[in-house]
Design a binder for this molecule. Structure first.
Ligand SMILES: [Zn+2]
Length: 196
């Protein structure tokens, strides 16, 4: 399920099937990959439940959401967070999203190449120490000497990088919405061919 977030002044909310006004609203700039947004929200908590699970239950419970859609023809929206009562929980969620992004981006590795065949070896920085190994590919010796690595790189893969950019985008969106005192609404994201 893809999520679409929007925040707008409480007095400008309308009921479905009307469309929420677009002249005064905030939206996070999320990566187009729904799985990355889901993953970002799956690992963080909102009021003691996983943020993703709370969003899903808001959108799939027997009580249909009743608020206007984000665009004509789209499904109804539900309130995810309402200031002032949800302000502390939403700010904690923003903190947690950023802390997770920092932690997962933080793991770095030292890299060596085998002098014989060029095979590449990467060892997390925290585990790197001077040791000699036998190359898996050619059997030649490779010195994993931290002083003679060919460089340092992030161990993060492209998908996790996208998850992290979703985390940062959501965190700043939640903070900005709460700073303005605007409720945060969520609806299911249509399109993208993902109906899961
Ligand atoms: Zn080799």
């Amino acid at each position: 399920m893809g999520f679409r977030f929007v925040a707008l002044p409480g007095h400008r909310m309308v009921a479905h099937p009307q469309t929420l006004p677009s002249d005064e609203r905030l939206e996070p700039e999320l990566p187009p990959l729904q799985e990355a947004v889901e993953r970002a929200l799956a690992s963080a908590q909102f009021r003691d439940v996983k943020a993703r699970d709370r969003l899903r239950s808001l959108l799939t419970s027997d009580r249909q959401p009743t608020l206007g859609s984000t665009a004509p023809g789209q499904g109804p929206s539900a309130i995810f967070a309402q200031p002032p009562q949800d302000l502390p929980a939403l700010l904690r969620l923003a903190d947690e999203l950023e802390a997770l992004a920092k932690r997962e981006a933080g793991e770095r590795a030292l890299v060596w190449n085998c002098g014989e065949c060029g095979a590449r070896y990467a060892v997390p920085l925290a585990l790197a120490r001077s040791v000699s190994i036998r190359c898996e590919r050619c059997g030649g010796p490779v010195e994993l000497n931290p002083g003679r690595s060919v460089g340092e790189e992030s161990l993060i893969d492209p998908f996790l990088g996208t998850v992290n950019s979703a985390r940062y985008a959501l965190a700043s969106f939640f903070r900005e919405a709460m700073a303005r005192g605007w409720p945060v609404l969520v609806s299911t994201e249509d399109g993208g061919g993902n109906n899961a």
